[in-house]
Every structure is written in structure tokens, then in C-alpha cells.
Design a protein around this ligand. Structure first.
Ligand code: C2O
Ligand code: CU
Length: 468
């Protein structure tokens, strides 16, 4: 039998590529025939060097099926408008799922236990299949026992390519995250209740791609495309580039209509930042990516110029090809009030996907910890195709990177002053801020809406929007 290339297959199914169509084909192993060959992704337990001194045991990660020594989860490459398939095999000793953060795909593929799919038990699997409609930098992670599973390593980057995008001289993907390790290199308690009730519990070891301050060689005078993902459970970064000029080309996967010089950019858990850095002319010169949020700046990664200068000019970087737009019709928008608040310390119900034992946070006064068999009522019921204006209000003294599954929103206005009309899936709402986020309810299903500081998500700052 002639082997069909993935390309051919995808072209054949391109008509059905608009999301929504072709939903629900996936199930447990055993898919319809005309699918691209699934990428085998195993959820595994492993050990590895994180702090540079001792092997950390009980790491959790994703590995391509058959990988003998799993480490950092693989970067998954997809193409805008082309079908992608993955077969998850759960080799952990607890249930899991995969959520594709930022991809606007059918609800049945969204990876939220109970709400969109059954738990995937140890030894079991699940077939995911979807067509990403947007190009950009996204990521994948479990949506079950997330503080433990993400905290112990299960975060991977997704690159959705657009054949129309410019090719740069080098590309580096950076998965930024911390680990809560003790002096012996082993995991310590993932959280402290008193911190979960505040900004969240921070890790003790910082890494980029599971390494502390990794180094990369890049052509001198060339363009380096940096794809940065904040996949930590808690940490917010104030990123800057030291030693070179850089421009922002995309935020949260979405291309900016105009490239913007990078001064400092804040990215919170769940968010992404795509930069083009113009490397220095002279061989050996180095450029640092730094986090200047802490009082003493921390170097996250370093890039060294090598070879003869390519003599690029940052002014030549064109905006990326836009993604299919979200065009909210504000004149007919229905307003949805969403108040983020703290709650009294009620204890939370237990769940198959783990519980931290508290509920510290709420949306519209309801504390839901997600992952439970009896979801609360939806925060709003939306009509397919209509525009909604989420009037989000943060009445807590902490910042919350609030994330919506399955749809993008556009930032309309904020009490903090003028805002850029960014399109995104995650918005960092500051203490006491009010923000208006407009969305077109164009993807049917139950879509989780939660804070991406995982302790906040797991202690009540979770809800969902129903689109039908
Ligand atoms: Cu990164 Cu519920 O999401
Ligand atoms: Cu939060």
C-alpha cells in the first residue's frame, strides 16, 4: 500500500479544517482512518538533573513514545490549518489529560476531565486530533492534579507554524519554570497554604528548558527569534534583553500588527512572548534574557554571537502574518460581570484530580476547584456567534493571570489606563483592576475560565462559560 504523506492527507481534509467540523472523532484508541499519523506522547515518571547537583526523583514529563531517557517535554510542531493527531499514553500512576493551551480547537479535544473528556487512567490512553486555526507559540499541560503534575515537570511548548512567516537566522524556544526542591535536590511540598492564599508558592530553583542559565550560539549580527513560554505554576516575569535590541512580534501566540521595541515585558503563568533579537556584531559578544522583577535581576538564558556578522537591521523585521481575526461586534455585546474575590477558608471537596484542601478564591462568589464530578453552574450561558463583553473585576490585592479555553478575547478597556487591543487567551489582571474583554462566542462547548496561578485555580478561582 502506498504511504500517503501527512501533507497529502491534510490537504484532503482541508475542507473540514475549520474548527468545529470534525469535532468528536477522537475517542479511546481507534480513530477514523483518514487522519495524520498520531504523534505518540507518553506521560511518564522519570528522574533527572535539575539543580545541577543531584538527580531529582519523581519528575513527571511528556516523552515521545519510545524515548528511553525522558527529560524536558518535546516541542510539538504543528502547522496552521493542518490537522494534528497525538496519542496520549498514561504511564503515570495517577489519572491525567492533555490541555492544549491557547489552541482554539473543538471542546472534545480540550483536555478538561469531566467537562470535556473522561480522566485518562494509568495504563490507558486518549487520541487527540484537531486543526490549529492560529499560528504562534502555545503550550500543553495536564488538567488533572495540576499543581503536582505541572509542578513536577509536565509542561511542553507548541509551535504552530505559518508557511507565510519570515524565517529568521536562528530560533530558540524557551520553556521557563521553577521547581520546588530542597537542598538534596528532591521535591518538597508543592505549596504552603498561607502562600496559596496570597501570590502563590514559589519554586526554589529557576530554569529555562530544565537548565539553569542555558547558553545558545547564534549568528553574529543575525536575527534570533525567541519563543518564550511562562509555564511555571506561580512566577510572573518582567523580561528584558540586556546587550542587544529586540522587538516584540507576538504576545500570547498572537502576532502584533506592528512590531514593538522591547523595553520590559511582563509575562505571567500561561503567557507567551515572541521576540526578535538582533545579535551583536562581534563574535563572542553575549546577550542576556533577564527577569528584572526580583530586586536583583536574574539571568534566564544567554546568547552568544558567533561567526562573521550577518549585518541585519531590526527595522527590516516585518509583522507576522495575522491569524484569522476575532471581530467582536461591540454594538450588540451582552455584558457578563465576573468578579474575582477571596473567600472564607472553606475546605474543598476531594477529587480524583487532587485537592489542596482549601478554597481561598472565587469567581462571582462561587469557589469551584475544577476537576470535580459535579461542576457548578456555568458562569454564563452564551449564544453561538454572539459577542460578549466580560466585565472582569479583581477585588483582591493580588494579580491573577486569568485564562479562557477555546476562544480568544480582545482587550477593550481597563481601569489602569489605555490598553493595547491585544488578542489573547490569558490576561494578567492587576489588584483592584477592572478590565473589559470582548469575545465572539464562536466555539460551542463548556470552556474553563481560571486563574493560571495553579494554587488559585485549585482553590476556587475556576469557572466555565457555556457556548451553545
Ligand atoms: Cu493552561 Cu486551563 O490551562
Ligand atoms: Cu490568581
Amino acid at each position: 500500500m502506498p504511504l500517503l504523506s501527512r501533507r497529502t492527507l491534510i490537504q484532503g481534509s482541508a475542507v473540514a479544517a475549520a474548527y468545529g467540523i470534525g469535532a468528536g472523532i477522537a475517542g479511546r484508541f481507534g480513530t477514523a482512518s483518514a487522519a495524520p499519523k498520531p504523534v505518540g506522547i507518553d506521560a511518564v515518571l522519570t528522574e533527572g538533573m535539575i539543580d545541577g547537583k543531584t538527580a531529582t526523583k519523581k519528575l513527571m514529563t511528556y516523552a515521545l513514545a519510545g524515548t528511553s531517557e525522558p527529560g524536558l517535554a518535546p516541542v510539538l510542531r504543528m502547522r496552521k490549518g493542518e490537522e494534528f493527531a497525538a496519542r496520549l499514553s498514561n504511564r503515570l500512576d495517577e489519572p491525567t489529560t492533555v490541555h492544549w493551551h491557547g489552541l482554539r480547537i473543538p471542546n472534545a479535544m480540550d483536555g478538561v476531565p469531566i467537562l470535556t473528556q473522561p480522566y485518562v487512567y494509568p495504563g490507558d490512553g486518549f487520541d487527540y486530533r484537531f486543526t490549529p486555526p492560529d499560528a504562534g507559540t502555545f503550550w500543553y499541560h495536564p488538567h488533572c492534579n495540576t499543581l503536582t503534575q505541572i509542578g513536577r515537570g509536565m509542561t511542553g511548548v507548541i509551535v504552530v507554524e505559518d508557511p507565510k512567516d519570515a524565517v529568521f537566522d536562528a530560533e530558540v524556544v524557551l520553556n521557563l519554570r521553577d521547581w520546588r526542591l530542597g537542598g538534596d535536590g528532591q521535591f518538597i511540598d508543592q505549596y504552603k497554604a498561607r502562600d496559596a492564599a496570597k501570590s502563590g508558592t514559589f519554586g526554589t530553583v529557576r530554569t529555562a528548558n530544565w537548565q539553569s542559565q542555558p547558553d545558545y550560539d547564534v549568528p553574529a549580527g543575525g536575527f534570533l527569534r525567541l519563543r518564550i513560554v511562562a509555564s511555571d505554576v506561580t512566577r510572573i516575569y518582567n523580561l528584558r534583553i540586556n546587550g542587544a535590541e529586540a522587538v516584540i512580534i507576538a504576545i500570547d501566540g498572537q502576532p502584533l500588527p506592528r512590531t514593538t521595541p522591547l523595553d520590559m515585558s511582563v509575562i505571567a503563568p500561561g503567557q507567551r512572548l515572541d521576540l526578535v533579537v538582533r545579535m551583536p556584531e562581534s563574535e563572542g559578544a553575549s546577550v542576556d534574557l533577564e527577569d528584572i522583577r526580583p530586586s536583583r535581576p536574574k539571568t534566564i538564558a544567554r546568547f552568544r554571537s558567533i561567526g562573521a556578522s550577518l549585518k541585519r537591521d531590526l527595522g527590516d523585521v516585518a509583522p507576522l502574518n495575522p491569524n484569522p481575526g476575532v471581530e467582536p461586534d461591540l454594538s450588540s455585546a451582552t455584558e457578563v460581570p465576573l468578579v474575582l474575590s477571596a473567600t472564607a477558608e472553606n475546605s474543598a471537596e476531594n477529587s480524583i484530580c487532587g485537592s489542596l484542601g482549601f478554597s481561598f478564591w472565587a469567581i462571582n462568589k462561587v469557589a469551584w476547584t475544577g476537576d470535580s464530578a459535579d461542576p457548578t453552574a456555568p458562569l454564563a450561558e452564551m449564544k453561538l456567534g454572539r459577542t460578549y463583553l466580560l466585565n472582569l473585576q479583581n477585588v483582591t490585592p493580588h494579580a491573577h493571570p486569568i485564562h479562557l479555553h477555546g476562544m480568544n478575547f480582545k482587550v477593550v478597556s481597563s481601569s489602569t489606563g489605555t490598553v493595547a487591543p491585544l488578542i489573547s487567551d490569558t490576561y494578567l489582571i492587576l489588584p483592584d483592576e477592572r478590565v473589559q474583554l470582548a469575545l465572539v462566542a464562536d466555539n460551542p462547548g463548556d470552556w474553563v475560565f481560571h486563574c493560571h496561578i495553579i494554587e488559585h485555580q485549585k482553590t476556587g478561582m475556576t469557572g466555565y462559560l457555556r457556548v451553545a
